[in-house]
Design a protein around this ligand. Structure first.
Ligand code: SAH
Length: 234
């Protein structure tokens, strides 16, 4: 009798679905993600193929609290706790396409947040270094990226104003918090031909997305569009 019950229990375990979201839910997210890329990103003129491909691949719903999962593919930033946000999908795609990422690139991101932007870069480039100033967010992003297998991303905790001199030069730098000025250390750590995208403006004032390019020690800047990012803190 005991053996029969045990056998029935084992059989039951075998037919139970494996842990994790129902496959139909995943299909639904895949559909939403493809729609997001079409309607929010390509429709606004982004054509950079590696960027589009990465945006189609990275599962944004795994980078937000379960409360917001069904909002993950909407055209909006979302709260990630500690008064911070995961950026709007279009903004992530736009900033990624601006640096024109190549497979051999070593990229630095300031403001890890949820880890989503780092995951997008991870699929395109050789290595990604990212710094987060809120330790709890940094730790969460680090664990999440590890669990999801993004193993070419290195997360560190600290003030990104100083960059990571020992890992420089970088082919590209993406700053995802609105800074008062362009941190000189970041310009310093850009390699020859390197590009940096950074929102610049005083807190609570209008910020502008800027593209900084360095060619043979000559630095040029271009102002692209008004944007709204959480503040770059020190
Ligand atoms: N790239 C993130 C968006 C995060 S929002 C994502 O994909 O989810 C910006 C992040 O920058 C916040 O998490 C904030 O805590 C962080 N931040 C602000 N000032 C910083 C600084 N000086 N150094 C490092 N991170 C900073």
């Amino acid at each position: 009798m005991v053996r029969k019950v045990l056998l029935a229990f084992i059989l039951l375990l075998m037919v139970l679905p494996a842990a994790g979201p129902h496959p139909a839910a995943n299909k639904q997210y895949d559909r939403l993600r493809r729609k997001m890329v079409r309607d929010q990103i390509q429709a606004r003129g982004i054509t950079n193929r590696p960027t589009l491909q990465a945006m189609r691949t990275v599962e944004r719903h795994l980078f937000v609290d379960s409360l917001y999962k069904d909002w993950a593919y909407e055209d909006t930033p979302l709260p990630i706790g500690y008064e911070q946000t995961i950026s709007q999908p279009f903004m992530v795609a736009y900033m990624t396409s601006l640096i024109n990422p190549k497979p051999h690139y070593r990229v630095l991101e300031i403001g890890t947040g949820s880890g989503y932007q780092a995951a997008v870069l991870s699929g395109i480039t050789d290595s990604v270094f990212t710094i987060e100033i809120v330790p709890e967010l940094g730790k969460m992003a680090k664990d999440r990226l590890k669990e999801l297998g993004y193993d070419n991303v290195c997360v560190s905790i600290g003030d990104g104003y100083h960059g990571i001199p020992e890992k420089a030069p970088f082919d590209a730098i993406i700053v995802t918090a609105g800074a008062k000025d362009i941190p000189p250390a970041l310009i310093e750590q850009l390699g020859d031909g390197g590009k940096m995208v950074i929102p610049v403006g005083s807190p609570f004032m209008v910020q502008y997305l800027m593209l900084v390019e360095k060619k043979k020690e000559k630095v040029t800047t271009q102002t692209l569009m008004p944007v709204r990012f959480v503040p770059f803190t020190r």
